[in-house]
Design a protein around this ligand. Structure first.
Ligand code: COA
Length: 154
């Protein structure tokens, strides 16, 4: 099944603060964005939030956070979260595509992402989208789990 035409992607802003925080809580048990970090990121010129929105009620079903660094063509997806109620209909792929398109149009040459070892859904999504595992960071998460580094050349 793929995301139907009622879903669109828009850029997140401060008015999305509560929805983004709620998605983080629904989707992650640890290593969540704190409300303080979220507020800072929403104001940052090097962070872009993408929100999968269902129309007409403007319901937020998922969110991706793309980070850039000044003077670098390497972008990073810091977070990707789809509400459990809307998984499996293509929103993750839609959000990933939007983040990649934004990175490309801002001069990005590659995009990277850390996936928790054993996170089958995220790993399947990234590999299907053409990301390659390029390394590993042991003891990366709060609970000591390792991260696998994925990268895609744009
Ligand atoms: C990972 C996540 C974002 C996927 O979102 P989603 O909207 O359900 O994904 P999509 O429907 O776009 O799926 C796209 C592809 O990813 C793969 N995929 C997604 N979920 C999968 C699962 N549970 N098992 C296996 N493959 C999966 C499939 O290849 C799928 O393509 P297909 O449907 O044509 O087979 C979602 O499961 C999630 O929010 N998980 C919790 C948070 C998280 O782990 N985020 C990533 C790390 S920050």
């Amino acid at each position: 099944m793929s995301a139907n035409q009622n879903w669109g992607i828009r850029l997140g802003e401060m008015t999305d603060f509560d929805d983004i925080l709620a998605l983080e809580r629904l989707c992650f048990t640890g290593d969540r964005l704190s409300s303080r970090s979220l507020r800072r990121l929403l104001k940052s010129p090097t962070a872009k939030f993408f929100i999968a929105t269902k129309l007409p009620e403007r319901l937020a079903g998922g969110c991706a956070l793309l980070l850039s660094r000044r003077d670098s063509s390497r972008f990073r997806i810091y977070s990707l979260a789809v509400s459990p109620a809307f998984r499996g209909i293509g929103l993750g792929a839609l959000l990933l595509g939007a983040a990649e398109a934004a990175a490309r149009s801002n001069g990005g040459r590659s995009i990277g992402f850390e996936a928790r070892r054993g996170n089958g859904a995220a790993i399947a999504l990234y590999e299907k989208a053409g990301y390659l595992a390029v390394g590993e960071r042991p003891d990366y998460y709060e609970d000591g789990a390792a991260a696998i580094l994925y990268r895609k050349e744009l």
